[in-house]
Design a protein around this ligand. Structure first.
Ligand code: AMP
Ligand code: ZN
Length: 115
């Protein structure tokens, strides 16, 4: 996907603060962090969002919670708490249409999941 921002990050054509990489997943720091810890975990292969997952991408995405636990531990928020979420479609506010999971922590995130 030539014009996809996160494809370019996955291809190392655009720099990012990478914190994790394996054959199918990449994690990097969000450029506009909304919490002291704000990471994005993406499949390297392009996929617009949760509704567009192929079986192979769904298999990779299935490993995201395990990777998130490892990253939360490394970021020092395993005990204090953290949140993992994915936006999907217009009402969610999704702004980058390459599947990604936000890992947020490092402060009290509040009890509301939406306004
Ligand atoms: P969403 O609103 O769920 O689509 O989230 C997209 C996220 O991507 C936002 O939190 C942005 O701050 C983040 N973002 C946009 N561009 C970059 C970039 N070049 N590097 C890292 N994060 C980015
Ligand atoms: Zn992409």
């Amino acid at each position: 996907m030539g014009e996809c921002l996160f494809c370019k990050i996955a291809a190392k054509e655009i720099p990012a603060a990478v914190v994790y990489e394996d054959d199918a997943l990449l994690a990097f720091k969000d450029i506009f962090p909304q919490a002291p810890v704000h990471l994005l975990i993406i499949p390297k292969a392009h996929c617009a969002g949760l509704c567009d997952m192929t079986p192979a991408i769904a298999e990779a995405a299935g490993r995201v919670p395990q990777v998130a636990v490892q990253l939360a531990r490394e970021a020092g928020v395993e005990e204090s708490g953290w949140r993992l979420l994915a936006n999907c479609g217009p009402d969610s506010g999704q702004s980058v249409f390459h599947l990604h999971f936000h890992l947020l922590g490092g402060k009290a995130l509040g009890g509301r999941l939406c306004q």
